[in-house]
Ligand binder design. Structure first.
Ligand code: ADP
Length: 163
């Protein structure tokens, strides 16, 4: 069974993330969406909340949601994953992702990093952009699924600036 991991902070999950996750589920037997629970990173949603929002939105049966606070390659090795799948947006993602992919490859050569290109309409979509629009009272309908929209409004509307 070929297992792929889609890692990220998902604070909160967006239509851009979900597109990558579902496309990964079409290619691999099983997908683990791995929510980073890095305590040093200030997130707007707790790890449990971020996981629950993802679970509510994913459609395919072969998608699981998990969390970890260790090294991604250690988790991948433990699960026997063959790939780490990342979404690539504009060129701005490239340098950082390339560096991470090379590091992970040297730490765990059996696991490949696979990049899926973001859809045109998601090219400039990020969690921080969603929170920024939300905090200023804007409409986030085209950025996140309807079923989690209210949760995000409740948390972020009128909140501080996100950058
Ligand atoms: P962000 O970069 O928005 O903080 P994450 O760290 O949660 O998001 O990202 C997890 C993964 O999802 C990364 O591989 C990232 O490139 C990808 N991703 C994020 N936003 C999008 C998008 N709009 N379209 C495609 N992939 C995306």
């Amino acid at each position: 069974m070929k297992i792929a991991i889609c890692p990220g902070s998902f604070d909160p999950v967006t239509l851009g993330h979900l597109d990558i996750i579902e496309r990964t589920a079409d290619i691999f037997d099983e997908v683990i969406v791995l929510v980073a629970s890095n305590r040093s990173k200030n997130t707007s949603f707790t790890t449990e909340e971020r996981m629950e929002l993802i679970k509510r939105c994913v459609k395919s049966d072969n998608i699981k949601v998990d969390t970890d606070d260790g090294l991604l390659v250690d988790y991948a090795r433990k699960k026997g994953a063959v790939a780490i799948v990342k979404g690539l947006r504009a060129m701005s993602d490239f340098d950082y992702e390339f560096q991470q992919a090379l590091t992970n490859k040297s730490l765990y050569p059996e696991c490949e990093t696979v990049f899926l290109t973001a859809r045109g309409e998601n090219m400039f979509l990020s969690s921080s952009m969603v929170k920024e629009v939300c905090s200023l009272g804007g409409d986030i309908s085209s950025f996140v699924p309807e079923k989690i929209k209210e949760d995000i409004y409740k948390r972020c509307k009128g909140d501080k600036n996100y950058d």
